[in-house]
Structure formats: C-alpha cells, structure tokens
Write a protein that binds this ligand. Sequence first.
Ligand code: HEM
Length: 451
Amino acid sequence: MPSTTTIPHPPRRVPILGDVFGIDSETPNQTTLVRFEELGPIYRRSILGTDLTFVGSAELAADIFDETKWEKFVGRPLEQLRPLIGDGLFTAYNWESNWSKAHEVLMPAFTKESMVSYHDTMVQVTDELCETLSTSNDELVPVVDAMSGLTLEIIGRCGFGYTFDSFQRADHPFVAALTRSLTYAQKSGIPVPFIGKLLRRNEEKQNAADRALLVETVDGVIADRQQTGERRRDLLDRMLYPEGDVTLDPENIRNQVLTFLIAGHETSVNSLSFALHFLAQNPDVAEKVRAEAVEVFGGTTPKYEDVARLRYTRQVISESLRLWPSVPGFFRVAKEDTTVGNYAFAEGEWAFVLLLAVQRDKQGWGEDAEEFNPDRFDPQNARGRSSELFKPFGTGIRSCIGRQFALHEMALALATVLTRFSVSAEAGYELSVEETLTLRPKDLKLSFTPR
Ligand code: HEM
C-alpha cells in the first residue's frame, strides 16, 4: 500500500457495535455534511464490522472519479431498491449483462432526435401544469406535489405513452407508494442494531404493499401496449421491439419501466422545486429568467431549439442543483489497490461521495459557496473550473442517461411558468430539506399569481 494514513472516525466508538453514536436515519446526508466540518473531508463510520467511508471534498473526489481505478458501486440504499427494480439500469451491478444490454437498447431514446420527438409532449404537459396553477387563486400551492404531477406525466407520456391523470387527482397512490419506497430504501440502507429492526416491522409491511401496487401499475402499462399493438417511438417501444440483435426479457423490461418512473420523476421533481424556491426568494433572478423566456419564446409556443437558448435559466438550474443536488451523492468502489489523497483503499473497498459537500467545497467555489448565485455558471466565470466540483448527474459510464431529458423539461417548465406567473414565497418560510433517497424541500408552498 502506498500510504498508511488512518481515516478519521466519529468520536465515541463503542466496542463491537462501532460508531453507532450520531447515526441519523432521517437526514443522514445533511448530518454527514456537518460531520465533515468536524472531522475533515473524509471519515469512516464502522458499524457492526461494516465500514462506511464518506468523501466530501473536490480534491479527494477527483481521485474517486477516475474511471480507470474506480467504478459505480450498488451501495446499501440502492441494494434495498433491488427487490423493487432489480437489475434495472440504476441498480444493476456492473457485471450484470442486462446492464449493457439495456444501455444499448435505451441509449437511442436519449439522442437529440428522440429529444425532439418528446418536446411537444413536454410543452403540452407544462401547459396543463400552468392551467392547474392558474386555478389556485393566489392560494399557496404545495410545490413538490405540483412538480410531481408535471414530471410523472412527462416521463409517463414520453416514455411509455401512459397518463397518470396527475392533474386530475392530487393524491395519486402510485406517487405516494413511490415516495415511501424510496424513504424505506434509504432508512433500511443504514445498518442499525436489533431494536431498530423490530421498530421497522410495520414499515416492512407497508413496503411490501407499496411494491405490489407499483409492480401492478407497471405491468398494466406494459400489458396495455402489448394488447393494442400500438407502435410509437418511445422507451417502451424500443424495449418491446428492439431494432438490433439485443433483446430484453419481460422481467427486465418491467424493472426498466419502474426504474425510469422512479429515476425520471423523483429527481426532476425535487430539482424543480428547489429551483422555484430560489426564484421565489430572489425576485431579481426570477425577473431575469422571465425576461429571457419572453425574448426567446417571443409570445409563441416554445420550439425545441428555443430551450437550448434559455442560457440564464440553465444557470439557475445548475446553481440550484449545486446547492441541493436531488441525488445527494453516489457510491464508488475501488477496482484495484489505490489511494484517495493520502488514504489507502484496497481493491473492493468502497466510498460514498457526498455531492452535497463537494459542490459546496469552499476551495473550489470560494468563501460564499453556501450562497445562491447563478452567475457562477456564466461561461466567463466557469472557465477553468475543475469538473469534479459539479457532478449532479454522476460520473463515468454509469452517469445519468436522462440528463438531457431532465435539463430540457426543467428549463422549459421554469421559463414557461415564469412567463405566466409571479412566484412568491410563503411569509416566514425557512428552507428545510427532507431526505428520501433524494433530497427535497419540506413543506414548500408558493403562490403563483397570473400575470
Ligand atoms: C435533475 C434530474 C436528475 C438528476 C439530478 C439525476 C441524477 C443521476 C445520478 C447522480 C445518477 C448516477 C447515480 C449513481 O452513480 O449511482 C443517475 C443515474 C441514472 N438516471 Fe438520472 N438524474 C436526473 C434525471 C433523470 C431522468 C429524467 C431520467 C430518465 C428519463 C434518469 C434516469 C437515470 C438512469 C436510468 C440512471 C442509471 C444509469 C446507469 O447506471 O446506466 N435520470 N441520475
């Protein structure tokens, strides 16, 4: 081993049990962010013999992003999702052949040509969102629910030709089951002593019921398409009728549909909600987004090419994703004996890179790293900045396949909403962030006043 520097651990280590003090199963990522301030940019929690190593600086993360030495690791919270989405793209092990097969079949669904084909549906769903918002009569709107309707409809209709009727029914059981499943995965991914397991029995039952509902819904979506025999250029069509020699088995198709409904919905909901929070808190920024949208759209229905021209809106999205990355971090495993800074890692050891910390690293972002400032992403200011400082969509071959999809739907939605509404915050609201597997603003309500 090239180095023997010992990785720090939290205080009050207990024999056998290990570092059980200070475990936080409600907001583990935000607690980890605080731990870095106390312990430095890397620390290790050992619980009942299992090591959890956390990395929170851009300098150390740069080593871990090296694809020749590290790769994606399906860490404990992701493993907890395996009973639900199995070998779907997000949770597949690197060695599973179904990952490369599905990657090959589905990559064409995210080319520019495919994105152009989704655009009109995204515009249509965004219009429906605006219609719903315009009936709010200046009352405070729960933002996560509203954005959930938007993104579920977009991925449902663009990906699978399926509508969840999200704007007609506020309390969709599918969405509730999805959210609970992610919370369950996050909580059960944290190793707890025996008593914690007893307390989780009810949650286990609920989780089984949620899984049944999610699987039943998805099986219905697939069966509908098979019965009608309808052909359309979407994700489901590509999986049911692949063009090349690679085919996906029915169980894997179900896993992929569920994966996309989760990965393509939850993350964008939260990112849009954070962005709207920042826009409500920063009227000058909102005004710039509005002015840009008015100029680019020119009072007509947004065209596909227009969205790429919403440069300032994209800066707002990036800055919001920087401060509150909806995927707070990801796991990587060492492919060989290697080092991270001065710390030795043996082949097979893994670490969790907390984006929440890396993307607020003061060395890279400056002393005002905690402040919201979209000008950081002005191309002039971003020149020369190291890429590891900003990785909200992950890194390497297992990074987000839906990145362009997400950026397109988010820019279109924010720009459209701001041309039609003034967005204001609830008096006295202080941002509080809850954690499922993702990060989301808690109880965020905004008013949308038609302009
Ligand atoms: C703001 C929105 C989004 C964010 C922040 C985000 C973030 C991420 C991140 C960080 C990863 C890598 C996770 C890891 O390394 O363990 C990932 C993977 C993935 N994302 Fe996204 N995502 C977003 C939207 C979407 C959308 C809209 C879709 C689909 C339409 C999608 C589908 C996926 C899939 C399938 C993977 C797994 C890719 C693979 O391993 O081959 N994501 N995403």
